[in-house]
Design a binder for this molecule. Sequence first.
Ligand code: FRU
Length: 496
Amino acid sequence: MNSNILIEARRHEEIMDQMLADEPRPAFHLPARVGWMNDPNGFSYYKGQYHLFYQYNPYRAQWGPMHWAHAVSDDLLHWHCLPAALAPDTLIDRDGCFSGSAVELPDGRQLLMYTGVVNERQPDNTNVEYQTQCVAIGDGINYEKYEHNPVISAADLPEGASVHDFRDPKIWREPDGTYRVVIGSRPADGSGQILLYSSPDAFHWKFESILAKNRNRYGLMWECPDFFELDGKHVLLTSPQDMLPEGFEYHNGNGTLCIIGHYDEKTKTLVEDANQSVDYGIDFYAMQTLLAPDGRRIMIAWMQNWDSLAIAARHTPWFGEMTLPREIHIKNNRLYQWPIRELETLRRNKVEYHDVDFTGDLTLPGVRGVKADITVALRPGDAENIYKKFAVRFRQKGAQHTAISFRPYEGILKIDRKFSGTRRAILHQRRCLVPNSGNGEITFRMILDQFSVEVFVNDGTQTLTATMYIDSDADGISFFADGQVRMDIEKYDLEV
Ligand code: FRU
């Protein structure tokens, strides 16, 4: 039986669908159906389709009472909205159904595991939040919350772990049919840790170990963990709050962290070999992965960041979208990302240039567009005298544009949306150090959609993601070189 709160949310969605019909929307990135979107949740393959749920406030384009929205897709590019899946409608989640994940049960039903939030009013009128883990079981459209929720609560926490910061379960099924879940937690040292639990049936859980400890190294609380095996390594993805920069590797505020290592069966801990940022751009947070039927590990993230939300002051009826799903790999203890190969089916109107030698400003016939897949390969036009700077400006209209620039002598690739039309004093630039690029050779692929750019550097060793809110007709693309650049361009329109 659906609650009145869920029925109301579903009714609201249907009414708003009509009102939003003429709003400019991304073409192949999933936006909030209406209202507000944050983290991807329950990213899974179920009953022959990809399912993606997300943190959702249907009523306002701002964070609020968290529901789970729901969409399905055959190819991860064309999305079809289904009715909201969860609403904050029981005693144990009345103040929010926070982030979580999905798994298929042996009987064919789908289980959603999420964090139930309850706020308790204190004598001084402040609220204290309590977080527990809950499940709901369904058929891919309707989900019934388990009557004995929560399935993991304060009593199951290791010593010193906070009852206020205990969230974002990522569940999976082991080959022997038992289940595991990793959950973000805050120990007594005030930073973050990831807890590991096991269960024979996904309903009865036992604490196993502290899989990984932050020890105040990478930000404070670790949110939205994901843990899996990939290319012979074990990988922990998490989104730390309150980070400090480390050279060019991490940036201030809400960031992303990938720890690569191996899982020690004896201690049930992750032994770390290497760590890095997941994305080096501006708008990327709370990534989650799924294992596709063909064996690909595919990652998606919220294409936004808590620290730059002032960009939301646009008074639109919706806010928030997901990144492009990305195929990920581990090579030489580094994370590699690449747009899902399905994207290539949207390519139209190929335009190609080889060995374009230029200095100063340049435009190329046929190279323009709003939704486009563009690969730029650069090398010095004069090997003795490497160029000082290269820039490509896109989503250009009059003085407005967004730019990617590269300075070989610094090895710095920069994304800059300062001139994209934003009227807010938020972060507009971010830089990334590209290893071995001092010789002026670099290749990057840019995926442009209505409100975003995602840059994949070289073979996917680094990515930079950013949103920009600019008019639909800003389709100019131009190049600039300080010094002699030789460039190849391959450009396609992307059509859904
Ligand atoms: C991360 C997060 C999660 C939480 C959710 C609430 O962006 O803070 O930790 O579950 O958002 O919407």
